[in-house]
Design a protein around this ligand. Structure first.
Ligand code: SAH
Ligand code: SF4
Ligand code: F3S
Length: 488
C-alpha cells in the first residue's frame, strides 16, 4: 500500500520513539521496514515527520510515564503545525496494548492506538487516519494457533534481531508482560532457518533470537523432522516443550548444521527463565568437539530477580536459588569464558534487609559481568499488585543504588582480567561515548562487542567502513562498563 502525500512529489516521513526491551526495538525496526515499503522514509526528529509513533513499554510505572510524557510533548506539534504539516500520531507497543481506548481519553489528539500483534496492519491504520477516520484502534491478539512471520529490516547492517517466539506463559507475580504480549507461540525451526538464511544473504553476521522466554521455544510445534535432543531435563524439574515437540536446543543445533548459514558467525538469545534453562541448553555451550554449538556466543543473560528463596517464591519464580547457582556452575565449568548478566528487582513486597543482602551475596557468588537492576513497581492486574507495596520509595532507591554499586565493583574487577588479552570483536559503529582520548585529529573512536558481550572501544585512523567487520583487538585498559583496546 502506497501511503498518500497531501502534496504531490513530497516524500512522506516517519519517526518512531522506542521505549522498553529488545522486542520493542525489533518491533520498531519492523515498523520502519513496513512503512518504508509503503513509501514512508525515516526521519531523525519528530518535528520533521508526517507520521509519529511512540512504541511504549509498561513494565514499570516509570516506563509508562516516559511514553505518556512523550505523547504529551507531541500535542504541541499537532497544535502549531511546523512546516505546514500536521503529523499523524500513534501509540503502540505494550502501552497501546494495555491502555487501549483510555489513551484517546487522556490524549484526544492521538490518532491511532495499536498493540504488538497489530504491527503488520500499521500501513492500513495510517491509511484510514489519512482518510479522515478518527481514533483508529487495533489491540486484538492474533487468534492463530501458530506464529509465522518473516523478519523485516529497514536497512540491513551486520546484526539482526529475529523473533522466534512471542508471549509469555510464566506469569511471574510482578510482571505485566503476559497480559500485554499474550500467550506463548513459537515459529517453526524450518521457518526460522529459511528466514535467517535470507538475512545472511543480505550480509547479516550475527543474529539475536528474541522472545520473552526463548528457552521454552517450540511448545505446540510437532518435531516432524525428528530433531535431537527430544527430551529436556533440568535440575529444577520438568522443563520446556513435550518430547514430541520442537525445542530450543534443536534450533541452536540446526543453525550450526545448516549449509546456508555458513557466513553466520554468532547467535545470541534473550531472554530466558531458569525453569526452562535445560541441561541440554547448557550443553550447547560446550566446545564443538563435545557436542556444543559453535556459533553460540559466549554469553548468557539469565534473569534471577532475587537471591532470597522467600522472595523468589513470592515472585512465583518456582525455583530455589541453589538450583540457579548450580546451573551457573555447570555452565561456567563447560565454558569458563562465558559472559553472564542478569536482571534484579529490589524492594519487592516484604523484602527485608536480610533478603536484600542475599541478593548482594548472589552477585558475589556468581560474579556477573553486568546486571540490570530495577526498583519494584506494582502493575495493576498482576498478582503481586494485591500485596501491600510496603517498601518505601526511598528505601527501594537506597537498595537500588547499593546493588548497582556492588555490581560496579565486581564488573570493574572482572574487566581488569581482560587486560593484555587479544579478543575478537564485531565492530558496531563509531563510539557514541568518546571515552578515549584521540591521539591525533585524524583518529576515530570505534566500538564493537566481543562474543562474551563486552563493549570494546578502540582507536583507528579509519573513519569509515569498519562497521560489520570482525577484528582482533588487544585489550589495553578497562572501565567498570567497558574495555579499551587497540587493533592488532
Ligand atoms: N521476559 C523477560 C523480561 C521481562 S521484563 C525475562 O523474564 O527475563 C525485564 C525485566 O524487568 C524483568 O526481568 C524484571 O527484572 C523487570 N521487571 C518486570 N516487572 C517488573 C516490575 N513490576 N517492577 C520492577 N521490575 C520489573
Ligand atoms: Fe515477565 Fe516472568 Fe514472563 Fe519474564 S518470564 S516476561 S518476568 S512473566
Ligand atoms: Fe516493556 Fe512490553 Fe518489553 S512491557 S519490557 S516493551 S514486553
Amino acid at each position: 500500500m502506497e501511503l498518500a502525500s497531501k502534496r504531490q512529489n513530497e516524500k512522506q516521513t516517519v519517526y518512531i520513539k522506542t521505549f522498553g526491551c529488545q522486542m520493542n526495538e525489533a518491533d520498531s525496526e519492523r515498523m520502519y521496514a513496513l512503512l518504508g515499503e509503503a513509501g514512508l522514509e525515516p526521519t531523525h526528529t519528530a518535528e520533521q515527520a508526517n507520521v509519529i509513533i511512540i512504541n511504549g513499554c509498561t513494565v514499570r510505572a516509570k516506563a509508562i510515564h516516559k511514553a505518556v510524557s512523550a505523547l504529551g510533548e507531541l500535542q504541541f506539534l499537532k497544535k502549531y503545525n511546523h512546516n505546514n504539516k500536521t503529523p499523524i500520531i500513534g501509540m503502540g507497543g505494550c502501552v497501546g496494548q494495555f491502555e487501549k481506548q483510555m489513551l484517546f481519553k487522556q490524549a484526544p489528539w492521538l490518532d491511532f492506538v495499536f498493540g504488538p500483534d497489530a504491527i503488520d496492519q500499521l500501513p492500513e491504520m495510517i491509511f484510514r487516519v489519512q482518510n479522515g477516520e478518527k481514533h483508529v484502534i487495533n489491540t486484538d491478539f492474533d487468534v492463530l494457533e501458530n506464529y509465522s512471520t518473516e523478519t523485516k529490516l529497514s536497512a540491513p547492517t551486520s546484526k539482526a534481531f529475529v523473533n522466534i517466539m512471542k508471549g509469555c506463559d510464566k506469569y511471574c507475580t510482578y510482571c505485566i508482560v503476559p497480559y500485554t504480549r499474550g500467550k506463548e507461540k513459537s515459529r517453526t525451526i524450518d521457518e526460522i532457518l529459511s528466514d535467517v538464511a535470507r538475512l545472511v544473504s543480505l550480509g547479516i553476521k550475527e543474529v539475536t533470537f528474541l522472545g520473552q522466554n526463548v528457552n521454552s521455544f517450540g511448545k505446540g510445534n510437532k518435531n516432524l523432522k525428528n530433531r535431537e535432543p527430544k527430551k529436556l531435563h533440568n535440575i529444577i524439574g520438568r522443563v520446556g516443550p513435550d518430547e514430541d515437540e520442537e525445542n530450543f536446543p534443536q534450533l541452536l543445533k540446526a543453525i550450526d548444521q545448516d549449509e546456508r548459514l555458513k557466513n553466520l558467525r554468532r547467535v545470541r538469545f534473550t531472554s530466558s527463565h531458569p525453569l526452562d534453562f535445560s541441561d541440554e541448553l547448557i550443553n550447547c555451550y560446550a566446545s564443538p568437539e563435545q557436542g556444543g554449538v559453535s556459533k553460540l556466543a559466549q554469553h548468557l543473560h539469565l534473569p534471577v530477580q532475587s537471591g532470597s528463596n522467600r522472595i523468589l517464591e513470592k515472585m512465583g519464580r518456582h525455583h530455589k536459588i541453589e538450583a540457579y547457582i548450580s546451573q551457573m556452575d555447570r555452565l561456567r565449568a563447560l565454558m569458563p569464558k562465558v559472559g553472564l548478566s542478569t536482571d534484579i528487582i529490589v524492594g519487592f513486597p516484604t523484602e527485608t534487609q536480610t533478603d536484600f543482602e542475599q541478593t548482594l551475596q548472589l552477585l558475589d557468588r556468581i560474579q556477573y559481568d553486568n546486571i540490570f537492576a530495577f526498583a519494584y513497581s506494582p502493575r495493576i492486574g498482576t498478582r503481586a499488585a494485591k500485596l501491600n507495596d510496603d517498601i518505601s520509595l526511598q528505601e527501594k532507591n537506597r537498595r537500588l543504588q547499593l546493588v548497582l554499586k556492588h555490581q560496579l565493583k565486581i564488573s570493574e574487577k572482572r574487566n581488569t582480567m581482560f587486560i593484555d588479552k587479544t579478543m575478537e570483536i564485531l565492530v558496531d559503529n563509531i563510539a557514541k561515548n568518546q571515552i578515549l582520548k584521540k591521539d591525533d585529529k585524524n583518529s576515530t573512536v570505534w566500538m564493537g562487542r566481543t562474543s562474551c558481550n563486552h563493549v570494546v572501544n578502540f582507536l583507528s585512523h579509519t573513519s569509515s567502513g569498519l562497521e560489520g567487520q570482525f577484528l582482533k583487538v588487544k585489550i589495553t585498559g578497562s572501565t567498570p562498563l567497558s574495555l579499551i583496546g587497540g587493533r592488532v
